[in-house]
Design a protein around this ligand. Structure first.
Ligand code: HAX
Length: 423
């Protein structure tokens, strides 16, 4: 048994007892009310589900298992995955065991490439990634063992699938990149490298320590963002029907592919490139301000700005910004992103609609990716997905361990609302 599995096997019975007691003794305690505005407004702020891997505080940002994200910017992504699942940073021995387990699963089956090769040439890289994951569903341990295993064993099969998906996802993502953008042959996985460095290697980027550090940071920062965001919530809901992790994660990633969610990083760099092309380099503050107003006046959003929960500068943006200042302060894209950070909040405040005028994670990541050679920005959400798979998968494993019920909120009709309020 791997050390991660051993640790979870020790923790899970206690967690189950704890929750059983909590629900038995305090099951009727109210944690939320729902207003008409919230029912029509994407359930914003309604507390109606549990996520123990991380929380997002409006005034602090992402906190994973009690540790603010800015305190973990020098961790490896594998350490974050272990932390998400168990609540602890792995020891050196636990980390090595997890890395060996994940890398032993890195071989991507040949049929995945056949299916991806058959897709239209202009398929979005996210459609390719999600297809690549879904097509492996027939290998699911969870699905294979479902009819014979006890409910208390669900988490073990889910963990098995989670590790296999994590083992393969960088290889699939890198293969999508090389295939979609005619980069030549796929590059085989190198088991001597950590998860992020191996991804850099398979993408075919310049394998400098700087570039690896950027990828490690990227994969750490995007790993999880509590349970209610579109991708996590979708994955949770699909998984709650006991659809296996291949179904659930690919469903979640389909949500991440939306421009209001993970695709915002593509949109954001697209905007930055448009700006630099129009002005032949870094614009002046006035020029950029005018371009932001152009977007807003056309009824569009400033991508990378605003957030459903956060009300401060996203600490993940801060981490990227600090990395950029250290490693590529003179880069035109980075300088423009940095200038947008000076300009966009002022414009959004004046515009007066967005509840949060500050940058989110998607505003900061693109310039660094571009600097390190990933200039094909429609690919950016795929990088996000490789990282976010860690959060979705750890939430899934925990939910199967705790026997979380199938999701089934009650919907009501507009007629019913009208009757209630006397309209
Ligand atoms: N530019 C222009 N208008 C914005 C805005 C922005 N960046 N952010 C919010 N608004 C507008 C909303 O569109 C909304 O307008 P309407 O009343 O006309 O519908 C109004 O301000 C109130 O919205 P809000 O309550 O502040 O924000 P929401 O919780 O409804 O939405 C979003 C949060 C992130 C979707 C929103 O801020 C947005 O569209 N931002 C730009 C896209 C983006 O950066 N998305 C990535 C978010 C992070 C993420 O999930 N990454 O995966």
């Amino acid at each position: 048994m791997s050390l991660l599995k051993e640790k979870l096997a020790q923790q899970i019975p206690g967690l189950r007892e704890d929750i059983k007691k909590l629900v038995k003794e305090h099951g009727d305690y109210k944690i939320s009310d729902v207003s008409v505005k919230q029912a029509y407004g994407g359930m914003r702020g309604v507390k109606g589900m549990i996520c123990d891997t991380s929380v997002v505080e409006p005034d602090k940002g992402l906190i994973i298992r009690g540790t603010p994200i800015l305190e973990m910017t020098d961790w490896l992504p594998e350490e974050i995955f272990f932390l998400l699942l168990t609540g602890d940073r792995p020891s050196a021995e636990e980390l090595k065991s997890l890395q060996e387990d994940i890398s032993s699963r890195s071989e991507v089956p040949a049929y995945v490439w056949d299916v991806l090769a058959a897709m239209p040439k202009d398929s979005h890289p996210m459609a390719m990634l999600d297809t690549g994951i879904l097509v492996m569903q027939h290998e699911s341990e969870f699905a294979r063992r479902y009819s014979e295993m006890a409910k208390t064993e669900y988490w073990e099969a889910a963990l098995e699938d989670a590790l296999s998906i994590l083992g393969r996802i960088p290889g699939i993502a890198a293969g999508v990149y090389r295939m979609r953008y005619d980069k030549g042959e796929r590059i085989p996985s190198d088991a001597s490298l950590d998860w992020a460095a191996n991804y850099v290697h398979m993408l075919g980027l310049n394998e400098t320590e700087d570039c690896r550090d950027m990828m490690r940071l990227y994969l750490v920062l995007h790993s999880d963002h509590e349970g209610g965001n579109v991708s996590a919530n979708t994955c949770h809901t699909v998984g709650s029907a006991l659809s296996d992790p291949y179904y659930a994660v690919s469903a979640g990633l389909n949500g991440l592919a939306g421009p209001l969610h993970g695709l915002a990083n593509q949109e954001c760099l697209g905007f930055v490139i448009k700006v630099t092309e129009r002005f032949g380099g870094v614009p002046t503050e006035k020029e950029l301000t005018d371009m932001c107003w152009e977007l807003l006046n056309a009824g569009q959003v400033v991508p990378g700005y605003g957030h459903a929960v956060l009300r401060v500068v996203d600490p993940r943006f801060t981490a990227f910004n600090e990395f950029g200042k250290k490693h590529c302060a003179d880069d035109v894209m980075f300088k423009t992103v940095d200038l947008l950070f000076q300009v966009a909040p002022k414009v959004l405040k004046e515009h007066g609609k967005a509840k949060n005028p500050w940058p989110n994670v998607d505003a900061g990541s693109g310039a660094l990716l571009y600097h390190y050679g990933i200039t094909e920005f429609p690919y950016y959400t795929v990088l996000f997905s490789v990282s976010r798979a860690m959060g979705m998968l750890s939430q899934l494993v925990i939910n199967r361990a705790l026997g979380t019920a199938i999701t089934r909120p009650k919907s009501v009709s507009t007629e019913w609302i009208k009757q209630q309020v006397g309209a």
